[in-house]
Design a protein around this ligand. Structure first.
Ligand SMILES: *Cc1c(COP(=O)(O)O)cnc(C)c1O
Length: 435
């Protein structure tokens, strides 16, 4: 697999280069130089294949010869070892649950696949691979649990003190093994600045083999295509062929993967980009002007992104042609008040508990169905389990949340965390003195 930078089609790199240095020097994003087409037979008969079979076929088409087939199958089977069920709620309406992995969020698909790909691609280097991540919550948990126990790797996670939820904090701090958590007395931006400085520090760079795990990594995008194919497969078993997907979007990596699946031949009628008040994309689709904004804090905080980093990938997929893009992508934005009402409405109508991100995807699906009624199934993506956001729900709904086993197990575990001030010297000496 060769990749180019969205800022310069002549800048080509190998898959390995794109995985370990996910940001091209020209600050574009890497894209596959050719989008492979999956055969019509495969698409028509998707319902015959399991999630893992689909994942292998799609990954193989994208990754090509960079990972030998037997190895790729092992990576896929090890990484995608949980379900992604489509649950019908009403006629023509269903939810695709992407929260059955270890961190209870869809980011498990990306993090688990990427960790194993990184371990495979660095097998011939005897130095340990040091992954540094700054997190405001969900990414850190997925990365920690994604790399947990993966040989030859070590993860250091920085999170802002007092600013992640109790479940998220347990996921970051109770792992042990090759996962280390640092609680920074500052904001998420401070954490990110410390990580950035580490990547630019010459003595750290020469001593340690540093890499990042951020959401623009191509090895996180690839596995997010798998569940779109698998969801379509589940709908085929019900005789449904016309599908729209509503995707709760922040950095637009999830919907970007859906659109990549579409370009690979998955016959989706439409993608709906659902956002909170961080509405840069809905405004762009309305006005044609792309005007990023500072991010605004909302209930769906994993989507609080004012300048979505994956958006350029989507523009690139559509050749920067707004008209073509608008034939496939519709977008709606919602407030926190809308979100709270939606959580209640989903509970009242379907006896289903949706996390705030998921509730926004439902609202967008409803808005689309009202604006464009027709014969199709609307699937909204549930990106996280509601137990990760307990403070959002009224008592009556909170009482109905079944806490999964993964979380119950975390509760009794020993918390291990190092506290640091926003002080690069201290962070650097921590990295250098804890081999
Ligand atoms: C990360 C995240 C999102 C946003 O996904 P993007 O790929 O950044 O658009 C939505 N919901 C949850 C729960 C998340 O963790």
């Amino acid at each position: 697999m060769q990749l180019y930078s969205t800022n310069n089609r002549d800048l080509r790199v190998s898959f390995k280069e794109a995985v370990f240095n996910s940001l091209p020097v020209d600050k574009g994003l890497y894209m596959p130089e050719a989008i492979p087409q999956l055969g019509a037979y495969f698409i028509k008969n998707l319902q015959q294949y399991s999630l893992q079979d689909i994942a292998f076929t799609v990954a193989k088409a994208l990754v090509g010869d960079d990972i030998p087939e037997a190895e790729l199958r092992k990576i896929v089977e090890d990484a995608i070892d949980f379900e992604a069920p489509v649950r019908p709620l009403d006629s023509g309406l269903a939810v695709l649950e992407l929260f059955h992995g270890p961190s209870l969020a869809f980011k498990d698909f990306g993090a688990r696949f990427m960790s194993r790909v990184m371990a495979f691609l660095s097998a011939d280097d005897d130095r340990i691979l040091d992954v540094l991540v700054a997190t405001s919550g969900d990414t850190g948990g997925a990365v920690a649990l994604g790399f947990l126990g993966v040989p030859g790797t070590r993860v250091t996670i920085l999170y802002p003190k007092g600013k992640v939820s109790p479940v998220q904090e347990l996921q970051l701090t109770t792992n042990g093994q090759n996962i280390r958590a640092i609680e920074v007395d500052g904001t998420f931006d401070d954490c990110q600045a410390l990580v950035k400085e580490a990547f630019n520090d010459p003595s750290l760079k020469s001593t340690l083999r540093l890499t990042s795990a951020n959401s623009i990594n191509i090895a996180r995008l690839i596995p997010q295509t798998f569940y779109y194919f698998h969801a379509y497969a589940q709908l085929l078993t019900q005789g449904i062929k016309d599908v729209v997907f509503s995707v709760p979007s922040g950095n637009f990596g999830n919907i970007g993967a859906g659109l990549l699946a579409y370009k690979m031949g998955l016959p989706v009628k439409r993608f709906i980009a659902a956002t909170n008040v961080n509405d840069t994309v809905p405004r762009f689709l309305d006005t044609g002007c792309y005007e990023p904004q500072p991010s605004i804090q909302t209930l769906a905080n994993a989507m609080d992104v004012g300048n979505p980093s994956n958006w350029v990938r989507i523009m690139d997929l559509f050749g920067h042609d707004n008209q073509m893009l608008k034939q496939v992508v519709t977008s709606y934005a919602f407030t926190d008040t809308d979100t709270r009402l939606a959580i209640q409405a989903i509970f009242d109508r379907y006896h289903y508990v949706a996390c705030p991100h998921t509730a926004i995807a439902w609202l967008a699906a409803e808005a689309y169905c009202q604006q464009f009624p027709g014969e199709y199934a609307a699937i909204f993506l549930s990106t996280a389990h509601p137990c990760k956001f307990p403070e959002v729900f009224p008592q009556e709904i909170a009482a109905r949340i079944v806490v999964p086993r993964q979380v119950q197990l975390l509760e009794g575990r020993h918390k291990e965390v190092v506290e640091l001030d926003v002080d690069f010297k201290a962070f650097k000496s921590y990295l250098l003195s804890n081999p």
